[in-house]
Design a protein around this ligand. Structure first.
Ligand SMILES: *Cc1c(COP(=O)(O)O)cnc(C)c1O
Length: 401
């Protein structure tokens, strides 16, 4: 079976579903949910390598090491990113910790985007820098020269996200991959915001890609999970050791099942998220009560050209700033009916969040000011509802800003 000749629309629906036989003569059309924690083995095997059990060869022993439902999800994730290997973790955070731990040793140096997901930034500062003696340099990676300038002989890892949250800054994956090559450094990209449907960092030169499957991949706001995807056997072996033996941080069978089910509609959902987000971005940009709109699909976005080049779509997340203060922003949020005030993103339902008091409240006000996260900045995850309902709701709530 040559998977790479199939389109992602087809892979998302059927990859790994064929040949599932729970009982003789029964051929499930979907991957069954395997809850068993342990598996009886046919005989004594003196050569078994527990860290590298091969589920494809039917090697199942214990579900922390390998599980058929999780394995099916991992195969589909790899197929969607056009990769050899994928591992499903209990959260995006667990996937990131494992990936960094796999690469980094005390005394090493990491170059990271200053605009990273808040949890990742805190992890780098409080776990890797403070406790594990790793030096971390945060740079404004919208300009590749800043990444280049931060490189040192001890730099082991470059860690990026694009677009970032909530300012929708992009970095040039291909250009940074060239720097990573030149310095013989591993390059990791958190691809959560666009999903494999709109961006494939491995094909642009990244070594390893992580996802919070909590967001678009699962897509229904009912599972926390993460994934790591790579073509490099050495990275995969190290991650498999960490996940199965070092940390025990694999995704549960039930969450694997939910995520597999969610992925079937990833292409459909992503296209609708984007169509709705584009219409909302244009509407907000033309509204007097809105001072700026940050969405890579708009021609006004400073990196629109890069987005058009390295992404195959612009995604469903956008941010905008109101022409008012904190109180006016809170009142606006209170008037919305179709946008619950909630963190997270990527589900079928629209959500809105207030970075200054929610996702980015751990940052000092001066740091928020420096980055451009004002008290009237809002970030929206545009869902797949009918866009007319979303526009009417926004229009009504904006009328009194
Ligand atoms: C949500 C998110 C994470 C963390 O993932 P969890 O599943 O919540 O642990 C990491 N990176 C990005 C970009 C995210 O949006």
């Amino acid at each position: 079976m040559n998977d790479y000749e199939l389109t992602r629309e087809t892979l998302a629906v059927t990859h790994g579903e064929r040949g599932q036989a729970p009982a003789p003569g029964v051929e499930d059309v979907v991957v069954p949910l395997h809850l068993s924690s342990t598996y009886s083995v046919p005989d004594v095997d003196p050569d078994a390598d527990l860290e590298l059990l091969d589920p494809d060869a039917g090697e199942y022993l214990y579900s922390r090491l390998s599980n058929p439902t999780r394995n099916a999800l991992e195969h589909r994730l790899a197929a969607l990113e056009g990769a050899e290997h994928a591992l499903a973790f209990v959260s995006g955070t667990a996937a990131i910790t494992a990936t960094m731990t796999a690469m980094i040793r005390p005394g090493d140096h990491i170059v990271a985007f200053e605009d990273l997901y808040g949890g990742t930034k805190t992890m780098l500062n409080r776990l890797f820098a403070e406790r594990l003696d790793v030096d971390v340099t945060f740079v404004d990676a919208t300009d590749v020269a800043n990444v280049e300038d931060a490189m040192r002989d001890e730099t082991r890892l470059i860690w990026m996200e694009t677009p970032t949250n909530p300012l929708m800054h992009l970095c040039d994956i291909e250009a940074i991959a060239a720097i990573a090559d030149e310095w013989d450094t591993i390059f990791g990209v958190d691809n959560t915001f666009l999903s494999p449907y709109f961006q494939n960092p491995l094909s642009l030169g990244a070594d390893v890609v992580v996802h919070s499957t909590t967001k678009y991949l699962n897509g229904h706001s009912d599972s926390i999970g993460g994934a790591v995807v790579t073509n490099r056997d050495d990275i995969m072996d190290e991650l498999a050791f960490l996940q199965r033996v070092g940390m025990g941080s694999m995704l549960s069978p039930f969450d694997s099942y939910l995520t597999l089910r969610g992925i079937k509609t990833l292409p459909l959902r992503m296209r609708q998220h984007e169509e709705n987000a584009m219409e909302i971005a244009r509407f907000l940009e033309s509204h007097d009560a809105v001072t700026r709109v940050l969405y890579p699909g708009l021609e006004s976005h400073p990196q629109h050209e890069l987005a058009a080049r390295q992404q195959s779509g612009y995604g469903g997340v956008l941010s905008f700033e109101l022409d008012t203060d904190l109180d006016g922003t809170a009142e606006f949020l209170g008037r919305l009916r179709e946008f619950p005030l909630a963190v997270s993103l990527g589900g079928v339902e629209s959500l809105i969040e207030h970075p200054a008091t929610m996702t980015h409240s751990p940052l000092a006000q001066t740091e928020r000011d420096r980055l451009g996260i004002s008290n009237s900045l809002l970030r929206m995850s545009v869902g797949v509802e009918h866009v007319d309902d979303l526009l009417a709701d926004l229009d009504a709530a904006l009328a009194s800003v």
